[in-house]
Design a protein around this ligand. Structure first.
Ligand code: AMP
Ligand code: MG
Length: 494
């Protein structure tokens, strides 16, 4: 029999001063029943899949036992929530078990979410209901399959504990993997207290951990700011390309490493509506679809402000550096968005004509309330060169205006030097057939909550993990919701 190896930790965050975190251990729960184990991710991370499948892993990842070398901690952070500053947030229901180093040398946080109270819990119970854990698992893995930078889900484990929300709900713990959980709000936490030494320590830590090549440059802190700006711009452009609405883009939910985090009230939209909002608490529509890029910049202003004293010893010059970096966001976002959209339309390079085509298309989609995902997939069907390509066919009906638009688009494609085969590949890799549709996510959550039936969750997970090729046998997952199925609001899941 071969030995089973539990993960080994190599945690660097504890080298930072003690006011960056609080050591806190997860609280025990009655049961540890895994309902999702991500063996493929375990393999990528160099985690023994035999261990992950074992009861020992379930006990450790629900927080009932401690792994060797793990000294769990909750991280301190602050953040702007819906525009207002909250000086004291922090991991109120999460425990960082430690950092692991994957075989390819990349370092990741292994964190439990929903694992009990910490010194940052305020009035919260430190727990997470099953529903939001399922939602985060599904959507984070869907995003990974779509090649959007994201935190990942390694395991989801039912606790057998009822927790009180609107009523009594089953509880669960998610094992989250992230390049790190350092947020814009982590910088704000120290900067707003005037603790410049801590801001510098955190910035140096981020440079070492995420951008070691920038640490050697002449102005490393400005380079850090520029890099975070570039990554945020690119990330949000990718969200736009998949109709993804994050829903709670507070500065404590924006990671320095540029990965999507905090799948609370998020959703992929069905019918295209540029003003779409799902989150029940976002009454002003602050985080609506067409506002995400602007909010990204607003958040980065908060980061720039926190970094200001590091950018230049002279205050005015520091401001000028920050301003220049923030101004560049608009270009970074604009070119990333154009790249996303030209990939979706099969154009070999972004150009003005492509922009105009995109705008016209989105206007038609909004006017006719077309399904965002289906409409782009329908365009892939028009350029398919692969005889095994399956068209979405009778699912999507193109209105006359779209057919007219297509003529212009086809003409533009004809002028493009790109080979048809290459164009098809390009579009096929930018326009998924399957997204984690909100009504399907709800079906999966309901079945799990009401009947302990995880089959709909597993089936949906399988579908969204292979989002690109349409398959007629999975037709129901590509359908838009009926009026009765439509989910109007999503909730934070706290
Ligand atoms: P979120 O909306 O998930 O970004 O959480 C915002 C803040 O509230 C973070 O500091 C969380 O740790 C904290 N929080 C959310 N839910 C709970 C809970 N059930 N118990 C304690 N803290 C929580
Ligand atoms: Mg959060």
């Amino acid at each position: 029999m071969t030995a089973i190896n539990s993960p080994t930790f190599d945690t660097t965050y504890t080298q930072l001063p003690e006011h960056f975190y609080s050591f806190a251990e997860p609280t025990s729960v009655p049961q540890a029943t895994p309902f999702a184990l991500n063996l493929a991710l375990a393999n990528e991370l160099g985690i023994d899949t035999a261990w992950l499948s074992s009861d020992a892993a379930a006990q450790a990842l629900v927080g009932n036992t401690l792994l060797a070398d793990s000294k769990p901690l909750a991280q301190a952070y602050a953040g702007h929530q819906f525009g207002s500053y909250n000086p004291q947030l922090g991991d109120g229901r999460a425990h960082l078990l430690g950092e692991i180093v994957a075989p390819n040398g990349e370092r990741f946080d292994l964190q439990l979410k929903g694992s009990g109270p910490t010194p940052y819990s305020r009035r919260g119970d430190g727990r997470s209901p099953l529903g939001p854990v399922l939602r985060e698992y599904l959507i984070s893995e869907a995003m990974a399959a779509l090649n959007v930078p994201t935190t990942r889900s390694l395991a989801a484990i039912a606790t057998g504990q009822k927790i009180l929300r609107k009523g009594a709900e089953p509880g669960a713990v998610l094992t989250r993997i992230a390049p790190s959980h350092i947020r814009i709000g982590t910088f704000e936490y120290f900067a707003m207290q005037g603790d410049q030494a801590a801001v510098k320590q955190l910035a140096d830590y981020c440079l070492q951990r995420h951008f070691p090549n920038l640490a050697q440059t002449e102005q490393p802190y400005l380079a850090l700011l520029n890099e975070v700006i570039k990554r945020q711009a690119k990330l949000i452009a990718q969200w736009q390309g998949f109709g993804f609405i994050h829903g709670v883009m507070n500065t404590d939910n924006m990671l320095i490493c540029g990965a999507t985090v905090d799948y609370g009230p998020c959703a992929f939209m069905d019918q295209f509506d540029p003003d779409k909002v799902f989150s029940a608490i976002d009454r002003q529509g602050r985080y609506r679809y067409n506002q995400q890029a602007g909010i990204g910049q607003w958040n980065l202003v908060r980061l720039a402000q926190a970094l200001l004293p590091l950018l230049h010893p002279n205050g005015e010059q520091a401001l000028a550096c920050a301003q220049q970096a923030l101004d560049a966001y608009v270009q970074h976002y604009g070119s990333a968005y154009q790249r996303v959209m030209s990939n979706k339309l099969g154009l070999s390079a972004p150009q003005a004509e492509g922009q105009a085509l995109t705008e016209q298309l989105l206007a038609i989609m909004a006017e006719h309330e077309l399904d965002f995902t289906q409409c782009f997939r329908y365009l892939v069907d028009q350029v398919a060169t692969d005889p095994t390509h399956q068209i979405i066919g009778n699912i999507f009906a193109a209105p006359d205006e779209l057919i007219l638009w297509q003529k212009q688009w086809q003409q533009r494609l004809a002028d493009d030097a790109q080979e048809p085969e290459q164009r098809y590949q390009q579009m096929n890799n930018a326009n998924p057939a399957f997204i984690a549709r909100n009504h399907q996510v709800e079906v999966a959550i309901r079945a799990a909550e009401d009947q302990q039936n995880f089959a709909p969750f597993e089936a949906l997970l399988n579908v969204v993990q292979s989002p690109w090729a349409y398959q007629p046998r999975l037709r129901s997952y590509a359908l838009a919701p009926t009026a009765a199925q439509t989910v109007k609001n999503t909730f934070c899941g706290t």
